[in-house]
Design a protein. Structure first.
Length: 291
């Protein structure tokens, strides 16, 4: 079978498929022999790599079936960390997800490995938690100059240590839970065009990348909330190849639901407090009348 009889591999069809013609010009061979390239199939589910001469790097088909120039890899960069290096892939993925999420999730593989994205989220999330724990310790130190009891300080220190130790587990649970919520809402809105892994990678990469805002004391969570919401919407749209309004609703509706639940709980708490105050006042009045 020659190159003219095979489609390029994609995440949904990782090893290509026999068919008539190719995505490009069927009159030209897909892999010119003059470049000295050799075709090599990966054992993974998501990649099909072609070595290009002595360039020292491999080029991958994008999930939309195009190849373009030498930089047309699967994205984000963390998906090819074994090729470009751990640290380079880490920092490059942070930049891609935060500043160009549309491109970062346009060609994300949607089948196979979820351990890599989870590692990305847990690693950066834990780093962010370390900084938050440090700020908590500093705040506790400043609080010692105020009128705080020893038991209050001990409670804060204990809570900070527990938060630090359990952060990898809590980040993992939060990532899976957030993914499930996003994917369910996408499904209900008719926008879940890709498997669960697509939603998982969006949540994991956005969560890991935005965790660097934990380095900002006091107001870092505001950046995580706003920037993370925008990146998640864009990522869901690109990863699932769905409409913008479906991605927007799939991300915002759960947040709106949570806000409504919190508002209802707060209203109930206020109502109970007011009712308790009235009952206490009436009881005092009744006791006064009995005297």
């Amino acid at each position: 079978m020659n190159a003219d009889d095979q489609h390029p591999p994609t995440p949904d069809n990782p090893f290509g498929a026999e068919d008539s013609g190719t995505p490009g010009n069927s009159d030209q061979p897909m892999h010119p022999a003059s470049d000295g390239q050799q075709e090599s199939k990966s054992t993974g589910l998501d990649s099909h790599t072609f070595q290009w001469g002595n360039e020292g790097k491999s080029r991958m088909w994008k999930s939309d079936g195009t190849i373009g120039g030498g930089e047309e890899y699967y994205t984000p960069a963390w998906e090819r960390r074994s090729e470009i290096g751990f640290s380079r892939a880490l920092f490059k993925t942070i930049g891609e997800v935060l500043f160009n999420p549309a491109e970062a999730f346009r060609s994300v593989p949607v089948r196979g490995d979820i351990g890599g994205p989870l590692l990305f989220a847990v690693l950066l999330g834990t780093v962010g938690t370390v900084f938050q724990a440090f700020y908590q310790v500093v705040w506790i130190g400043l609080s010692l100059t105020e009128d705080f009891g020893v038991s209050d300080v001990g409670t804060r220190v204990t809570a900070t240590i527990v938060m630090l130790v359990l952060s990898p587990v809590m980040i993992s649970i939060g990532t899976f839970l957030s993914t499930a919520i996003l994917h369910v809402f996408l499904f209900l809105l008719g926008g879940a065009n890709r498997p669960f892994e697509a939603s998982f990678k969006v949540i994991a990469y956005v969560g890991g990348a935005t965790a660097i805002f934990d380095l900002i004391p006091v107001c870092g969570f505001l950046f995580i909330l706003v920037w993370g919401t925008v990146c998640t919407i864009i990522g869901a749209k690109q990863a699932h190849k769905t409409d913008t309004w479906r991605a927007v609703l799939a991300v915002l509706l759960p947040m709106l639901f949570c806000c409504c639940c919190l508002a209802a709980l707060a209203a109930m708490a206020v109502s109970v407090g007011i009712l308790g105050a009235k009952m206490a006042s009436q009881a005092n009045l009744f006791e006064g009348l009995l005297r």
